[in-house]
Each structure stands twice: as C-alpha cells, then as structure tokens.
Design a protein around this ligand. Structure first.
Ligand SMILES: Cc1ncc(COP(=O)(O)O)c(C=O)c1O
Length: 441
C-alpha cells in the first residue's frame, strides 16, 4: 500500500504514525483509541496559510472548520499556527474559548443558531457571525443593540454549485437548508435586510459547496457565481463586499479510488481559487476581497487513525466473515450514515499481505453497526490490532455513547511520543447527569 508521510511500517512490522509504534500506543493507552499526528495537522494548516500569504499577499485567513474535530488541543494548535477557526455551536465556541482562542478570528456558523448561542457569541466578542436566516439577523441586531456594539457579519449564500468527490453540478435549485439562493433572488433580499440594520456591519458573503471535493473546477465555478453576484449587488445596492469566504470541502484519501495528495498538493486548490478571484474581480471591476477558506477534513482527516483490538471472528460459510472490534458506530458512525469507505490494516502485522475480504463489525446491538464491508486484511485473530486509517475528521466529533459505550480517548503524537488530548471516559461519566426522581426510589 502507498502510505502518506505520517504513516510507515517499522522493522517490527508494526504500523507507525508520526513516529509512534501503534502497538506501543495500544499497550500504553488501550483501545479503542483515536491517534492524531500533530505534525501532519500543522503541515496542512501551514500549506493553506502560506498559500494565501504567498499568492494573495496575505489578504485572507484560513479558518480550521472545527466541526471536523473539536477539542481544546485542536484550538491550541490552530492558535499557535496563527489561523482562525469556524465554530457551529455554542459548544464548539465554548471549547475554543477554553483554549484562549482569539475571539476576533472566530467565525460562527449554523443554519439555526439558538438565541442563547447568539447571545454567548456576542459575550465572547466573536469576530464574525455568518447570517443564515432573517430571524438570526434580528436576533444579532437585538443582542448587539443591547450591548451598544456593532457586530460584523457575513451572509451565507447558495451560489447554485454543488460538488461532491469527482463531480459537481450547477443547479438553480434553491433546495437547501443552508444559505440564501443567489438564483432565486433570496440572497439579494437578505442583503438589503442586513444592510438596513444599525448594529450589523455586513462584510460580504460565505458559501460552502460540498464535501470531499477533488475537482478544482467546482471552486472556480463557485467563485465566478459569487463574484457575479457581488458585482450585481454593487451595481444595484451600492454595497461592495470586502470579504469572500469560500468554505471548505477539499477531499482526502480514504480508500482505493481516492486521490492521495501530499500536503503541498492542497496548495493547488487554493491557487485555482485565488486565480479565479483575481480574474473575476478584474472583469467586474471589483476590489480584491479578503479571502477565507474553511478546511476541516483535509487538515485533520488523514492525520488520524483509530486503533481497535480484534475480539470475536465469525465466519458464515459461503457468505461473509465478520471481524469484530472493540469499537464501532459509537466512535465512527460514518459507514452507517453514508456507507463511507475506509481502509484497515493489521497494525501489529502490517507488512503481511492481505488474504481475505472481511466485514469489520462494531460491538453495538445493531446489525448495521459496521466500519466497513469487504475490507482487505490478512487473516485476523482475537487480540490482533486493527488500524482504520483517515479517521481524524468527523469521527470523534460524531461519536456517541450509544449502548453506553465509552467515547474513546484521543492521543496526539509528536516526535514519536503520544499524549492524551482527550482523556478516557469512565462508567461514572456515563451516569453523571442521570437522575432518579424520588418517586422512583
Ligand atoms: C460551512 C462549512 N464550512 C466548512 C466545512 C468543512 O468542510 P470540510 O471538512 O469538508 O473541509 C463545512 C462542512 O460541513 C461547512 O458546513
């Protein structure tokens, strides 16, 4: 198998991540265990940050989309790399604030921000709130007026470009719970509305066209549509956007068939996007806006692996072999949700050739609790160590305590050494908020 830089097989035949032997990590911290390579995360942040610096004179900001993996250590890393973050809930914002993240570089998203979340965001002095509903504009106005302040905002627009993996579609369909459609005229109406508010300062627009995108042309097309809209609004309303936030969505390698880009390879997405901004601004006679991007998956996805111990192995003759692990949908629900593909290895015998196709089964009481089907592995036995690759994004952040299983702890590896960034849960954690009313005692 072709490995990215963070992974290698060492002389013992064990998988290493960031220079740390996975067998040693499993012995030290137990399984299931999320493991993250700090160097990979930082390298990805720097690639995006430096591209804006070098190709756009630094007139922009990379925001780590912290929904991909939110914990205090991640905000600490983003802070030290001098990038911003986006948050989508009061909980993510609170986590960022616990890491002393500079509030001015926080962008607050969400299609239904709760009144208490908006109030908390203003208390924290969050730099920018991305408006995604008329009611939100009203709420932010009200809360900002109460505090005698002006809140900077963007409007989330829907440019009619939707992209996933290798395909993109241009659609005039305004059917999305996110954003205001450019084609239907809704984006223009909300622009007028926000501009009429005394305590809101509109800086520009945000869009997010999809996820796991490998096709640069989708971003180029979205830039064209957004800037055509910016030019139209300038002409009709006299408002010229000074910020354009193009969201995230850059694809990562999960399994055979996906492109595997080295970190430097991600520069090309941003270069294409920057070139399109320059070209379209020149054509429309617009000032170059400050550019923002919000990569989540591409910063943290390939930086992570999950380690599991094999338990039961069950062969159903002529049908299927199930290899059961000590994790499952409670630490990685993505196969159950979207049939997402993953690659697994035997981390303790990583150099052995794959000889069978197995289904990796979780331990939850759900037949659908699988990490994947028809995964290529050497013959696995109870006690073997499985590593599932590219689990850094949307795994921990989507985890649950289903069946009252523990959400696994997370370890950050640096220079071959692992340290907890999320500690293990205990049984006491599981009942911490449970209450038995007196009448049931
Ligand atoms: C508004 C917004 N920004 C950024 C992202 C991050 O996308 P990705 O993790 O695919 O880079 C998302 C993902 O859903 C999003 O909704």
């Amino acid at each position: 198998m072709n490995f990215r830089k963070t992974l290698k097989i060492n002389s013992l035949g064990h998988l290493e991540i960031g220079g740390a032997d996975c067998v040693t990590l499993a012995k030290t911290f137990g399984t299931p265990l999320y493991v993250f390579d700090e160097e990979y995360i930082r390298t990805m942040m720097r690639v995006y940050r430096d591209t804006i610096e070098e190709e756009y004179g630094g007139n922009g900001l990379v925001l780590y989309a912290s929904k991909a993996f939110s914990c205090t250590a991640m905000y600490a890393i983003a802070k030290s790399e001098q990038i911003g973050v986006d948050v989508v809930s009061g909980g993510e914002l609170y986590t960022a604030m616990q890491a002393d993240f500079p509030a001015a570089n926080i962008y607050m998203h969400g299609n239904n921000k709760l009144p208490r979340e908006i109030s908390y965001a203003l208390d924290c002095k969050v730099g920018t709130i991305v408006v995604d509903a008329f009611t939100e504009a009203d709420l932010i106005e009200e809360e900002a007026a109460k505090r005698g302040m002006v809140q900077e905002v963007l409007i989330r627009i829907n440019p009619g470009v939707e992209a996933h993996t290798h395909a993109y579609v241009q659609t005039a369909k305004p059917d999305s719970k996110f954003g205001f459609s450019v084609d239907s005229g809704a984006a223009e109406v909300i622009t007028k509305y926000v501009l009429s508010k005394k305590h809101l300062r509109l800086k520009g627009y945000h869009c997010h066209i999809g996820s796991q995108i490998f096709e640069k042309q989708s971003f180029v097309l979205a830039v064209q549509k957004n800037l055509a809209f910016v030019a139209k609004i300038k002409q009709k309303l006299g408002f010229e956007a000074s910020e354009l936030n193009m969201g995230g969505g850059f694809g990562v390698w999960y399994a055979e068939g996906d492109a595997m880009l080295p970190p430097e390879g991600y520069r090309t997405y941003l270069s294409a996007l920057i070139a399109a901004v320059k070209q379209n601004c020149a054509e429309y006679g617009l000032r170059l806006p400050r550019i923002l991007i919000e990569p989540g998956r591409s910063i943290v996805g390939e930086a992570g692996v999950t380690l599991y111990t094999v338990g039961a192995v069950k062969e159903i003759a002529g049908l299927r072999k199930y290899v059961a692990i000590d994790g499952g949908m409670f630490d990685n629900p993505r196969y159950c949700l979207y049939q997402s593909k993953y690659t697994a290895l035997l981390a303790n015998r990583a150099a052995e050739p794959c000889t069978e196709l197995v289904s990796l089964a979780g331990k939850c009481c759900e037949s659908g609790d699988l990490i994947g089907v028809d995964m290529n592995l050497p013959e696995a036995h109870p006690g073997d160590l499985i590593a599932v690759l590219t689990t850094g994004a949307y795994n921990y952040s989507m985890a649950s305590n289903y069946n009252r299983n523990f959400i696994p702890p997370a370890v950050l590896v640096k220079d071959g050494k692992g340290e907890y960034i999320i500690k293990p849960q205990t049984y006491a954690d599981l009942v911490r908020n449970d209450v038995i009313p007196d009448r049931l005692k």
